[in-house]
Design a protein around this ligand. Sequence first.
Ligand code: PB1
Length: 331
Amino acid sequence: MTDVAKFRPERRGRRLRRTEPIRRMFSETRLHPDMFVAPVFAVEGNGRSEEVDGMPGVSRYSVDRLPSYFERLVGAGVRSVLLFGVPGSKDERGTGAYAPDGIVPRAISSIRRSFPELVVMADVCLCEYTSHGHCGVLSGEQVDNDETLPLLSRAAVEYARAGADVVAPSAMMDGQVHAIRRALDEAGLDDTVVMGYSAKHASAFYGPFRNAAGSAPSFGDRRGYQMQPGNRREALREVEEDVKEGADIVMVKPALAYLDVISEARRRFGVPLAAYNVSGEYSMLKAAALNGWLDEKSAALEVLTAIRRAGADLIITYFAEQAAGWVKEGR
Ligand code: PB1
């Protein structure tokens, strides 16, 4: 057999991968439960806790069932929730979204005193409340941007008055952050944080959420207000606009298919950056895990690590409860 001189590489990158303790020392991207935000669906009625079709492990809860669920979240180490209301009735102007006794103000009021340690965020949009399923009021077949702004502002004020620490406008209306900030300040709610859904793309990955919230548009789509998936420069302009309008936190959504946008937003802007690991990103991983094609914990932690590595400070994720437990285990 040919005698081949032994080659001894000078650089041995594997030295820093040899053992688990060495690998932990040089881990460049770390997750912490404090960075996870758990989306929560609050529904009308009593005694309701219903798993969402297409989102194994995610349920919709009536207000009376929220405290026990929040006990579970806090016990797992989750410190922040993002509330979505699923009203009992809908109408053309989405009046349930800004009703003082609406599902979200009632949900917030019911848990605020019991969970002072939780950061309570409330999504601000009309789509769950409108009979047509669009994120604003219609003028013909178009969402009327400027007619929608005062309604979003009213909703944000109601949620803040009920005790929300953060209001999060997700309607993708131009000027929504400015309008809501001004309304909050005029109502004396200067301390309420505004988290803008700044760069929100018209994604195919929202399907399971729309099923959970009954918020799919009854006609057309959201491409007249959410951005097309391929537009990164436009996304950065939207983030910049939200910063100018006074957003305390900006966001890129979805996350997994938009890591480049997250990374560029992190590079350009100093404000806290959230990324929304949306329903479809959750469901596809869950489906693969349930079929035995992927290991759920490893794949989910890899996805969350990627979103964190791209630069997100906060990750809104349906894996929040599980991931908080996994991260604590791994410490
Ligand atoms: O998890 C998800 O898919 C989030 C969906 C998101 C919630 N903010 C919306 C997407 C949509 O239906 O366009 C709701 C928009 N207000």
